[in-house]
Design a protein. Sequence first.
Length: 290
Amino acid sequence: MPMMTTMSNQFLLFLCFLVILLCLPCSTFMMPGNFMNVDPCITCKAISEKFVEGYKKTAGSNFGGGNTDWEEKKLKGYAKSETRLIEIMENTCSKSESQCSGFLEKYEDQIEEWYQSSSSNLIDDFYKWFCLDTTKVCCPEGTFGKNCRRCPYGDNGRVCSGNGNCDGDGKRTGNGRCNCHNKYRGTNCSECQSGYTKSIDKDNQVRCTDIDECHSNLILSPCVLRKCNNTDGGYECFGEPFYREAPKLGTLIALTATFLILLYNDMQALASLTSIITSLLTIAFATNLL
Ligand SMILES: *[C@@H]1O[C@H](CO)[C@@H](O)[C@H](O)[C@H]1NC(C)=O
Ligand SMILES: *[C@@H]1O[C@H](CO)[C@@H](O)[C@H](O)[C@H]1NC(C)=O
């Protein structure tokens, strides 16, 4: 009986351990703090988009109804009204996005100031005003990091030559290095990985294209006697060099007979070396050895 209790206790302990182990990762994900890890620039960008959208959507609205003489006056009043701003702001963050709401709350006063003092044609510059100049959480495109330093550009004037992404591009984070797309390499992604040849197309864009290694050498395939299959960025050899394609029995018999006859004739004609070599080559060719 005591044995049983220790056993079940141990089992319970083990179960507890398992549950804790399984729940650890979920609990860290469940922590609301983890949702705050979104780059503030991304939050700011999303807010800007929503704000601009809401601003444009409410542009034609008014306090509701009526098309009398004083409608225009009313419309003018609405354009800068608290009612409209509240309506825009209410639709800027969804209820569940705590990071969005927190960010918006923090800069509420500045937004209101902008709203009161800016004319509607400035709405398309809202992102620049809000995320670049006011909150300073983003960097202009093509720059990165705390001080918005320039990303590596290619000779064609594009970030990472247009063949990669600059780490932290447009954000106040990152190390500014190019993460080149597949096939490309180099500090500004203007070089090709091995197995690719570089060319520059009419748009001044660096292109890396696969080399067909199996057919790039006129004399010998890189697989020598084996079969060669070109792949993206390389090649594969397959099959066995000598037993790859066993010659058909009939062919083999016919060739051996030819060889023997030639050999016999050559013996008779005092063994002409050249015809022996010729017949050997014939067999070699026929059995795919060359
Ligand atoms: C891009 O990198 C190459 C070397 O990888 C270099 O020769 C070239 O000058 C660079 N271009 C620019 C604009 O920095
Ligand atoms: C040759 O390569 C292609 C892809 O590049 C692949 O689909 C094909 O199966 C390969 N053939 C052999 C025999 O490995």
